[in-house]
Design a protein around this ligand. Structure first.
Ligand code: ZN
Ligand code: ZN
Length: 445
């Protein structure tokens, strides 16, 4: 796929009728890309910059990029955050905003996940554009409007803005730790489940869906799977293809206006495990690695539900048995300090409210053969497990310090952090969530 052409979007999409656009002007992933950052900024009339890195990305690329910006005559202020325990939280936001004088014209984010999210969020809140300098192909948030933040102890996705440009120097990307390349692969393989979740949302709740955007994500997924053997060898073209696939997925999110095309139940599971790790004071595994595990769990559940003999009367009785007080108590036990947000979401959205579940059950029953066929058409978890293992990524929860209990709890509770239809909500609607939680803990702990 031609990235520059994909950025153009459409005033009226032939597939969905909506306008698709992004203010991302340039994607430049290739050899010597750092040398082209200063000319781009000058072209945009941006000469006073805040360059944000952490102490790892500063050494990998920040220092060299900073020198290139200065050499080109640009004024740049460096801000190097401590990488140990760095989170996209209130403290990091404060550090960046405090270091940003009013006359700074743009921010430059040197890094991936955490640094990228912090700068995306802060630059948006102070009303300045930013440029992303990607140091590893580890996640797909580069080009999205959404910043994955961690506020009030809760993993939360907030609308911010897209960068003006994304640069990725091929040599830097190729030298990224294999764990980060594997994380990028895991984040991409999650789309197998996520796109099916989105389609179920369309079919069962009438949610907005665009086949063109889905096609963008599917082509990224295919490009990524095709480059797997090259990734194992750190081949430059394969790593660049992965980085481009991650950027295109972000553009797809921009086109949709939210993260739906790139984030389903596999992501909710990952977010749940991340929050549990932080509550317990453990360092969470990389986002894409947890998404990889979430993908194995969701694809396995999809396969189980594809062959599920539904007892519709029992499912309806299960829906009616929902008890809001018991739910709140369970969330308090599982989500700790984040429980009030989760309980408030259920109160507002009524995901599990009996009337809504019963209405969905009717829609599920009416479309059950088609839904089961779509679930059966998903790849089995073994295929994704082998792809992840080829890059040395963990394929069992225990390898990331996640317990069997946390696998089961996540299957039951991860869906409560978003109002979004997924295979986990389907398991609940069918009254199968306990069976799926036990299955997942048995298979993937
Ligand atoms: Zn569309
Ligand atoms: Zn992701």
């Amino acid at each position: 796929m031609d990235i520059q052409a994909a950025l153009l979007g459409a005033a009226r999409c032939p597939a969905c009728g909506q306008a698709h656009g992004t203010s991302l002007l340039r994607v430049d992933i290739g050899r010597d890309a750092w040398a082209r950052v200063a000319p781009f900024l000058m072209e945009q009339g941006l000469s006073r910059l805040l360059v944000v890195a952490d102490d790892i990305t500063w050494g990998v690329a920040g220092q060299a990029l900073y020198a290139l910006l200065r050499k080109a005559g640009l004024e740049a202020i460096p801000l190097v955050l401590a990488s140990g325990g760095l989170l996209p939280d209130e403290a990091a936001i404060g550090a960046v905003v405090a270091a940003c004088p009013p006359d700074v014209q743009a921010l430059v984010a040197v890094g991936t996940g955490t640094v990228g999210d912090i700068v995306k969020f802060c630059s948006h809140r102070v009303g300045k554009p930013y440029v992303a300098a990607a140091t590893a192909p580890s996640m797909d948030g580069f080009a999205s409007v959404a910043a994955a933040m961690h506020l009030r102890h809760m993993k939360t996705t907030l609308t911010a803005h897209v960068p003006l440009a994304i640069f990725g120097d091929m040599d830097t990307l190729c030298q990224a730790p294999m764990e980060m390349i594997a994380a990028g692969l895991g984040d991409t393989l999650g789309k197998h489940n996520c796109l099916n979740d989105w389609d179920m949302g369309r079919a069962l709740t009438g949610e907005y869906h665009c086949p063109h955007i889905e096609g963008m994500v599917r082509s990224s997924l295919a490009a990524c799977e095709a480059s797997l053997s090259g990734l194992v060898r750190r081949d430059g073209d394969a790593v660049a293809a992965l980085a481009q696939a991650l950027v295109i997925t972000g553009v797809a999110m921009s086109f949709a206006g939210n993260s739906r095309p790139a984030s389903g139940a596999e992501h909710h599971l990952s977010h749940y495990w991340e929050m549990q790790a932080l509550f317990a004071g453990r360092k969470p595994a990389l986002h894409g690695l947890k998404v990889g595990l979430g993908t194995l769990v969701t694809l396995d559940i999809a396969r189980a539900l594809a062959g599920w003999q539904v007892n519709w009367q029992a499912a309806a009785a299960h829906a009616r048995a929902f008890d809001a007080d018991a739910f709140a108590a369970r969330m308090a036990a599982l989500y700790g300090p984040a429980a009030p947000e989760v309980i408030a979401l259920e109160r507002a959205a009524g995901k599990n409210a009996p009337q809504r579940v019963l209405a969905r059950l009717q829609a599920i029953r009416a479309q059950w053969p088609a839904l089961q066929a779509a679930l059966a058409a998903l790849p089995g978890p073994e295929r994704v497990r082998d792809q992840l293992a080829a890059l040395g990524a963990p394929t069992r929860a225990g390898q990331m310090g996640i317990s069997a209990q946390e696998v089961a709890d996540a299957v039951l509770a991860a869906k409560e952090m978003r109002d979004r239809y997924t295979v986990l909500q389907l398991a609940y609607d069918l009254g199968a969530e306990q069976a799926m939680a036990e299955r997942a803990a048995g298979a993937w702990a």
